[in-house]
Design a protein around this ligand. Structure first.
Ligand SMILES: *[C@@H]1O[C@H](CO)[C@@H](O)[C@H](O)[C@H]1NC(C)=O
Ligand SMILES: *[C@@H]1O[C@H](CO)[C@@H](O)[C@H](O)[C@H]1NC(C)=O
Ligand SMILES: *[C@@H]1O[C@H](CO)[C@@H](O)[C@H](O)[C@H]1NC(C)=O
Length: 348
């Protein structure tokens, strides 16, 4: 989800409002997109177990994903992480291994690399594909909460500035093919967290950071709102009778973050400056390739139903393999197929 998504709540103009209402009607008429158990959704456990929707894997009918001529990440992508707050070694390891799995050929199918394939089919105006290669470049710890335990969209940029201008081991500056992930620990609240978003991406402003760098923020929701942002490994209290699924890496907060991190990285690659691949007519409210498939993890997914997932012998639920680990990651919109897809699709 782009940062712009949330600006709609601050004094939208009438035409904009109408456009938004129309867009929402379209999206939810498709009834297979952007589902999370936000408190205002009216669902119950029966819906979730049997699937609330007959429309499978997104509806192409109303989705007009278009290319707006801006750059995409066609060169080897480098990921730089800022660990904000208190992180356990084991938590960092799960996230690093997910990122390292994106370019790995070593995992068995269905694999994280197979999931990334959908992204590599997107191109720029010269016809260059998004890179298959994505690597962890550098990491920076901000373990003493340099900007406090409540961050705003603007103070996030100051955190990034501190990391790229630090006196010792600053993060490398790579505006062309670098992406910057700010990951916040479970005791940090970020503006709009839980109420509207579990993560978002945008780019930094030269006036604040000195450079235009595509970045994303994703928070560990374990303490604040796991039922929303770590769903289906945690469930909201207001859906009676629903049991959480067992998470593949034994940490519901982190396993929930993985899908959001995947969501944001896929959108950063296809829409790094929010002027490349998105649906909708308003760049302030872009609907991007992962927004279109939020809540869909397998064949048949849509509405409040996750789709068909894989069950491990240990009882954990996942939909793809990485190096040494399994993950549950939402599907992505394929502009070639005109529907949401993933490596565990049954028709592949
Ligand atoms: C839950 O949803 C099912 C199927 O849509 C419906 O039959 C049932 O009445 C609902 N239960 C509650 C408590 O709302
Ligand atoms: C991108 O990565 C590949 C393999 O890791 C390497 O062979 C290639 O030289 C890199 N390209 C650039 C432009 O750095
Ligand atoms: C680039 O993307 C196109 C679809 O847009 C696809 O047909 C082609 O196979 C891709 N090339 C590579 C090298 O992945």
């Amino acid at each position: 989800m782009g940062q712009g998504c949330v600006r709609r709540f601050s004094a939208p103009t009438l035409p904009m409002l109408l456009a938004l209402i129309l867009l929402f009607l379209h999206l939810f008429a498709g009834n297979a997109v952007a589902w999370r158990p936000w408190p205002n959704h009216n669902v119950n456990a029966t819906d979730l177990q049997f699937g609330g929707s007959k429309k499978y894997e997104g509806s192409s009918e109303f989705v007009h994903l278009r290319y707006h001529m801006g750059p995409v990440l066609t060169e080897n992508i480098t990921v730089n992480i800022i660990w904000y707050g208190t992180w356990q070694r084991a938590q960092k390891k799960i996230i690093r291994e997910f990122i390292n799995s994106i370019s790995s050929r070593d995992a068995k199918r269905p694999s994280v690399a197979g999931w990334w394939r959908t992204v590599t089919f997107y191109t720029d105006q010269t016809g260059a594909n998004i890179s298959r290669s994505l690597h962890l470049a550098a990491e920076k710890s901000d373990r003493f909460y340099s900007h406090g335990k409540k961050l705003t969209r603007l103070s996030i940029q100051s955190v990034i500035k501190s990391a790229v201008t630090a006196k010792t081991k600053p993060l490398p500056i790579n505006p062309k093919s670098g992406i910057y992930l700010l990951l916040t620990s479970d005791d940090v609240y970020v503006q709009d967290f839980c109420g509207q978003v579990c993560g978002f991406h945008y780019f930094t402003f030269p006036s604040i950071v000195g450079y235009t760098l595509p970045y994303a923020w994703v928070g560990n929701s374990a303490k604040l709102c796991p039922g929303m942002c770590a769903y289906p490994f945690a469930v909201p209290d207001y859906i009676p009778g629903l049991k959480p699924l067992k998470s593949p890496n034994g940490d519901a907060g982190i396993d929930g973050m993985i899908s959001v991190i995947g969501h944001e990285i896929a959108e950063l690659a296809t829409n790094p400056l929010v002027n490349a691949w998105y649906a909708g007519t308003d760049p302030v409210f872009p609907v991007e390739i992962a927004d279109l498939c939020e809540g869909i993890y397998g064949t048949g997914g849509g509405g409040s139903y996750t789709g068909q997932l894989l069950d491990g012998e240990d009882g954990a639920t996942y939909n793809m393999n990485g190096i040494r680990r399994r993950f549950l990651v939402q599907w992505l919109w394929s502009h070639v197929l005109s529907y949401c897809t993933g490596p565990n699709a049954l028709d592949q």
